[in-house]
Design a binder for this molecule. Sequence first.
Ligand SMILES: [Zn+2]
Length: 81
Amino acid sequence: MPSLPQGTNTDLAGQAPFSPDMRNVFLEIEDKRLLPPPPLQKVPQTKRDMSKFCQYQKDHRQDTDDCRHLKIEIEKLIQRG
Ligand SMILES: [Zn+2]
């Protein structure tokens, strides 16, 4: 078995690590009106978690940091530059 040199994380280079503070990014791009309106989704009362709040969808289902819709939109904006 060939031995790989230690410390060369070539795998990681191909990934786009995305972990900025979603909340802050959201506030910034919302201010610039760069975000499309969030998809309207009816969330059953039982699925709501009042300890969480999504600032993008304005719903109590997940935190802003966990909102995949917001994450997708932010990633689009990043790709666009
Ligand atoms: Zn959301």
